[in-house]
Design a protein around this ligand. Structure first.
Ligand SMILES: C[S@@+](CC[C@H](N)C(=O)[O-])C[C@H]1O[C@@H](n2cnc3c(N)ncnc32)[C@H](O)[C@@H]1O
Length: 307
């Protein structure tokens, strides 16, 4: 599996483990070097940037935007293109940046409640765009807040909509998503599931040939409510760890529940797409239309809602 495909956001069972090799255990002894002159190595976890680690481990904005454009054209044909994009739960707004890079008339709005992550995104993703950054507006606000303009494509990615644990809250959000679309709009969420999604477990995956290890932990899962407490940890080859770098408390919704709610708020059609598997059973980064889905340990997909 190449780095950064959608599949990478969910750790694989057969991912290489641990990433805790401690530099081969070699110690350097320099003649004449006094012990007191040695500068102790700073643990890698102490200088790591959690947003950078997160993006490298779980996001692939180019593929995400490719999919959004594909899904839009599949609904509305080749006559015209979507121009205005709304990224809910935008975090670092990496997708907004990717969106405006695709066309000189493309515009984007991102919504997130966290000042710190928005500021990080302004520096990392918006500043390098130069004048094109003027076509992005970041709102420090709730995803249920109104936008400046109706969106041609609106999305809520990395399963963030699941923080709306009460069905009534999610329904209210989806209703606002529908109302906030343009005449030729789509609303897209991503999905994950499979038998592994319903258990308490921890999985590891090496990133960039052992640069660091991404750890996904499903610490608690309550079958009666679907409530989960999940964490992302990062482990480094010097043995240090950035524990609980990110924490998610949410309800694991299933595709039929999501489909029902989307229809209840007035979306006339809801399509599902699932990632295909290669011969070794890994996701291959290709998402195909499939209204049934794979019965397996772990899968990811998209749901496209059409008003
Ligand atoms: C899992 S991150 C998603 C980041 C990015 N969209 C991605 O695909 O990786 C979830 C983000 O949702 C934000 N968030 C949580 N609740 C929110 C709400 N009610 N309205 C807006 N943003 C919210 C958090 O601050 C966090 O940055």
């Amino acid at each position: 599996m190449s780095k950064g495909t959608k599949s990478d956001r969910r750790p694989k069972q057969d991912a290489k483990t641990n990433g805790s090799a401690k530099n081969g255990g070699k110690k350097k002894h320099k003649k004449g070097k006094k012990k007191k002159d040695r500068v102790p190595a700073v643990p890698m976890a102490e200088t790591a940037d959690r947003h950078d680690l997160y993006e490298r481990a779980v996001q692939d904005c180019a593929s995400d935007v490719d999919f959004l454009l594909h899904a839009w054209h599949e609904v509305y044909g080749e006559d015209g293109s979507p121009r205005h994009f709304r990224e809910d739960f935008c975090g670092t707004a990496a997708m907004c940046a990717e969106w405006v890079r695709r066309h000189p008339d493309a515009t984007a709005e991102g919504f997130d409640i966290d000042t710190e992550v928005l500021d990080w995104g302004r520096v990392r993703h918006l500043a390098p765009l130069g004048d094109a950054a003027d076509r992005i507006r970041l709102h420090e606000g709730d995803v249920r807040d109104p936008a400046d303009r109706p969106a041609d494509v609106r999305c809520a990615h990395n399963f963030s909509y699941q923080i709306l644990e009460r069905r009534s809250e999610l329904k209210d959000y989806f209703a606002k998503c529908r109302r906030g679309l343009s005449d030729r709009g789509i609303f897209v969420i991503d999905l994950y599931g499979g038998s592994d999604a319903f258990v308490e477990m921890e999985e590891e995956r090496e990133i960039e040939d052992g640069d660091y290890t991404y750890v996904w932990e499903q610490r608690t899962f309550h079958p009666a409510t679907g409530h989960m407490d999940c964490f992302i940890h990062f482990r480094f080859r010097d043995g240090s760890e950035l524990a609980e770098a990110f924490e998610y408390s949410w309800r694991l919704y299933t595709p039929p529940e999501l489909r029902d709610i989307l229809h209840e708020v007035g979306f006339r059609e809801v399509r599902t797409f699932f990632e295909e598997f290669d011969d070794e059973g890994d996701g291959n980064g290709v998402f195909s239309r499939d209204e049934e889905g794979p019965a397996c340990e772990g899968w990811i997909g998209y749901m496209v809602a059409i008003p």
